[in-house]
Design a protein around this ligand. Structure first.
Ligand code: NAD
Length: 342
């Protein structure tokens, strides 16, 4: 039996994780969820936004599924773990669990309207350093500073992971993304490290793009890209852009992977504007769980869920409003389960 830690999270998190749980249950595989709370709700209810029980559960199970957690703007919400202060629960988890890469696929699904066809991009976002870690301070009352750290070790590790993943999944070409023309030392090191690792994988095509040029090319001819490897902050931004190419945030899944454990979560946030209204598209969370099932060796169940979801999308009626349908989170979930049982 598999035991998987589940963090429902904030906003639409409980709704979309409920959907994914019901769908996994309908496959009949032997999987138990260990539910632990983290996020703004957990913090507001008098507890800690990221209590030790979360780390204990993940240490036991090695696999976690996480709903989005809300991070208010401003300085109201530092997340403390031991001596460390993090800007958000998601960042604290990725950093503390040493989840060094964030894998975010963006691909077209038949039935989902988008501006492009044949988009199938695998994004490998470095997850442990760069500006995104949020190491900031006020130098004086009118001046703020953020520190950008890039290391050879982390840059080589994420590039190697990308090539190994591509090898297993039949991908052909990796593009390293940077701004090394201006950030000559930090992004320069990222680029050099990626180029060095690329030489170890001569069977793959490899090239690089400056982040601004890549952004333009992605919105003109996204179908020409196969896989991207990026430093943390560019990876965060470009994966939302890539989600927009294939139908929006409601359809984009993700996996955070480390050497000891892995945590699967959608790209989207807690969407407070639609929370609790049965409006959230559960697809990104369902696809994150599909990635999790493949990771734990339940490939057959993953394929069945993927096929059931694809059938519901092709039919186009039992999908949420962001996909042009009339139903809600629960209706779309029921339709997928009906397909699974058909
Ligand atoms: P968001 O992704 O929550 O929402 C952006 C827009 O997309 C909203 O209009 C929302 O309604 C829509 N949307 C998002 N997911 C959807 C879905 N599944 N179905 C239908 N529509 C969906 O981004 P935001 O508003 O910038 O952030 C809200 C909160 O989430 C913030 O506190 C942010 O810090 C947090 N956040 C958390 C994570 C995480 O936990 N990994 C990731 C991103 C944002």
């Amino acid at each position: 039996m598999h035991c998987v830690t589940l963090i429902p999270g904030d906003g639409i998190g409980p709704e979309v994780t409920r959907s994914a749980r019901d769908i996994v249950a309908a496959t009949g595989i032997d999987l138990r969820w260990e539910v632990v709370e983290a996020g703004m709700r957990a913090g507001n209810e008098g507890g800690h936004p990221l209590p030790p029980a979360v780390f204990e559960s993940i240490a036991r199970n090695k696999i976690a599924v996480k709903g989005p957690t809300q991070t208010p703007f401003g300085d109201a919400y530092p997340v403390q773990v031991g001596e460390q202060i993090y800007p958000s629960v998601a960042i604290a988890l990725r950093k503390e669990l040493k989840l060094f890469v964030n894998v975010r696929p963006a691909r077209n699904y038949p039935g989902i309207k988008s501006r492009f066809e044949n988009v199938d991009i695998m994004i490998f976002r470095e997850n442990s350093e760069d500006l995104y870690i949020g190491r900031e301070r006020m130098i004086d009352a009118d001046t703020a500073e953020a520190v950008k750290i890039i290391t050879r070790g982390a840059s080589e590790r994420v590039t190697r992971f990308a090539f190994d993943y591509m090898q297993r999944t039949g991908r052909k070409k990796l593009t390293a993304v940077h701004k090394a023309n201006v950030l000559k030392l930090t992004d320069g090191l990222f680029l050099k490290s990626a180029e060095k690792v690329a030489k170890e994988y001569p069977a793959f095509a490899f090239d690089s793009r400056v982040i601004d040029a890549l952004s333009m090319e992605l919105v003109i001819k996204p179908e020409t890209f196969d896989s991207l490897v990026l430093p943390n902050l560019y990876g965060d931004i470009i994966s939302d852009l890539a989600a927009g190419l294939v139908g929006g945030l409601g359809v984009a899944p993700g996996a955070n992977i480390g050497t000891d454990c892995a945590m699967f979560e959608a790209v989207h946030g807690s969407a407070p504007d639609i929370a609790g209204q049965d409006l959230a598209n559960p697809m990104a969370m369902i696809l994150s769980v599909v990635m999790m099932l493949r990771y734990i060796g339940e490939g057959a169940a993953a394929e069945r869920i993927d096929a059931a979801l694809a059938a519901v999308l092709r039919d186009g009626r039992q999908v949420t409003r962001d996909l042009g349908g009339e139903t809600g989170t629960r209706g779309m979930t029921r339709a997928i389960i009906e397909q699974l049982n058909a």
